[in-house]
Ligand binder design. Structure first.
Ligand code: LMR
Length: 391
């Protein structure tokens, strides 16, 4: 069957992971894939996760199936974490998924099944897997302007003008916080404007929440989504615990749907899970459920997450300062204002190649830098090389 097949190219993030792993240089710096690292360059298992895992190991006496949607306790904990307490549980359908990517896929496939003709609007730029999954499912998509390279911030007017063309029922894919790849987020007023636009057009927001807690804080990062959920009849959410719980390989995600038809939506999600993978993974989800359901563990988790957030901000400030010193200008000042792991640094694909091939500094081809991959030791060299190559 496969003799004449050309396998698909891995996307630019996955390709870069392979190149980095194969690079024998000892001073290489991985600023590619979105993985948090400590000042020592490690991606640790969070303390609350270890504790919850130990308790599960002691207590768990069966690996029997749970349910097509996952454990109701997990789904309830995720609903509260993401949507807060402002919305009744009776208005939120929910399903566990294998990671945030699994959630994105389940939302898009659900929408394709129910409304095959809608257009999915994605920001330009966005995470490469968004258009890839939409194309894989054969859905229509359009880009909306999002980023202004001249300011390093949001192109608010362009975004609202483009989204004004969305039709009733179209899906507007938004990044809940810590926009990937730009690092440029919506303000509260921008979220308000998006809500007004959805009310006026009948378009439906679909919020990808992959970095809650990495921007301004756990609740602050969900404020825009909560504003949409309070105002609109229907909102889709794809959530990931890969980053904020450090559970990358455990594949912990969830779909949440704000709707007045929860029983029907739950039923559709259960059917969708059944067709695609049957039961969602349990171990990581149970860890999250146990952490969020225990005040002491939750406090430990929140404190560690806050430390990670502050570490990323410190990296941003250190790199912006070092670049200011190296270039004698504030050209990279936007780095300190961006949120989360990523920033577009303004490098051309050729400059990205030089950074990687000549200097062992790995960025994604569009110039996306994972600031969480920086260690304090690496900052001076990275700043000096960036100043030189991007001069
Ligand atoms: C990233 O954007 O680097 C992460 O979300 C990892 C991934 O799956 O692409």
């Amino acid at each position: 069957m496969f003799e004449t097949v050309t396998p698909p190219e891995p996307d630019k993030i996955i390709r870069l992971m392979g190149m980095f792993a194969a690079d024998p240089r000892t001073d290489k710096v991985d600023l590619g894939v979105g993985v948090y690292r400590t000042a020592e360059g490690r991606t640790p298992v969070m303390a609350a996760v270890k504790q919850a895992e130990r308790a599960i190991w002691d207590r768990q006496d069966t690996k029997g199936y749970v349910g097509l949607l996952g454990d109701p306790g997990y789904l309830d904990a995720m609903r509260r974490l993401i949507l807060g307490d402002g919305l009744p549980a009776s208005r939120v359908a929910a399903a566990g998924t294998p990671g945030g990517t699994g959630a994105v896929r389940q939302v898009l496939e659900t929408v394709r099944r129910l409304r095959p003709d809608v257009t999915v609007w994605i920001s330009d730029p966005t995470w490469p897997n968004h258009p890839a999954i939409i194309d894989h499912l054969g859905q229509k998509r359009q880009s909306y302007r999002y980023y202004d390279p001249a300011t390093g911030g949001l192109d608010r007017d362009g975004m609202l003008a483009d989204l004004g063309r969305a039709k009733a029922g179209d899906l507007i894919l938004l990044h809940g916080c810590c926009h990937n790849p730009t690092g440029a987020d919506l303000t509260r007023a921008d979220w308000q404007a998006v809500a007004d636009l959805c009310v006026a057009t009948g378009a439906i927001p679909f919020v990808d929440m992959a970095y809650q807690g990495f921007g301004d804080g756990v609740d602050e990062d969900a404020a825009g989504l909560r504003l949409l959920a309070a105002r609109l009849p229907e909102v889709f959410v794809a959530a990931s615990c890969s980053k904020n719980f450090g559970l990358y390989r455990e594949r912990v995600g969830a779909v949440l749907i704000v709707t007045d038809a929860k029983p029907a939506a739950d039923g559709v999600l259960a059917g969708m899970n059944r067709q695609n993978f049957a039961f969602p993974p349990d171990h990581g989800a149970r860890v999250v459920q146990d952490i969020l359901g225990d005040d002491a563990l939750a406090a430990t988790w929140r404190a560690e997450l806050e430390g990670m957030r502050q570490g990323m901000q410190a990296n941003r400030r250190a790199l912006a300062d070092a670049l200011r010193a190296a270039t004698g200008s504030d050209r990279f000042g936007f780095l300190a204002a961006h949120k989360g792991m990523f920033s577009l640094i303004g490098a051309t694909p050729q400059q990205v190649d030089i950074l990687r091939d000549t200097h062992g500094i790995y960025l994604v081809g569009d110039g996306r830098m994972n600031v969480a991959g920086l260690t304090p030791d690496a900052v001076p060299r990275v700043a000096q090389v960036l100043a030189q190559v991007l001069a």
